[in-house]
Design a protein around this ligand. Sequence first.
Ligand code: DHB
Ligand code: FE
Length: 297
Amino acid sequence: MTMAKIIGGVATTHVPAIGKAIADGKENDPYWQPFFKGFDYVHDWLARTKPDVAVIFYNDHGLNFFLDKLPTFAVGAADEYRSEDEGWGIPVSRAAAGDPALSWHLINALVADEFDVTMCQNMLIDHAVTIPMALMWPTAAAAKASPAKPWPVKIVPVEINTVQHPLPSLKRCLKLGRSIGRAIDCYPQNLRVVVVATGGLSHQLDGARAGFINKEFDALCLDKIVAEPEALARYSIHDWVKESGSQGVEFLNWMAMRGALTGRVSELARNYHIPISNTAAATVVYDNQTDEARKAA
Ligand code: DHB
Ligand code: FE
């Protein structure tokens, strides 16, 4: 039987101003070019690897969940995910198609693995999903007026609380990702799956340290996440905020994405640029070599 295949991982920053730059066609302006050029490789890689589905680890910022009710982990199980105006002055993204059968397979596996996730058959996606999708598939993003031309992938959004403390630990998010990776590996459908993480790297949007960026720590994260994610998983959330800023904890999404890469992982591309808005912007692509692929090669 043919099983689903995890082709690799992509992670990128999700700063809303990127959406405004896209809407205004500023990709080649001196401010933006160092960031957008990081996507040349991503576009080539996606054209070559042709994923059918993207499992996207991200954090909602108050569009779908607010402080009054905030799950630690939530998994989308909808036919379609719409976005709405969050007040950033950027066009509302087109809706993305879901894959409810895969969503329920992942939810069943997660709960069996003692991750008691919130199941969302209705879920709005915010800039943390729509900006990375627009960056990864710019032609589809531009075609939003034409419902006949959908996004080239279906999505399963996996939402992690990075907003209301207490947050889940880095270790817990790595394990969540591993559970999802194992579940994808045994999904009996011929699907090519890319796992995506959004947010980070170091940034702090408010408080006394607003504007805080730590490029030495970001470099350590980008080096360690490939072969030694456990080394990063040892940090407490408190120490992570100290090193990476209060919004640097969006790296929890990256840990989950890394966990979902169940094969032999290597870095194919890395782009790091500071700052974009208030954020240390990073874009990476990871290969996920499975035994099967190694034998075939
Ligand atoms: C910015 C960064 C974020 O992660 C976010 O969610 C919103 C804004 C910023 O740097 O402007
Ligand atoms: Fe954010």
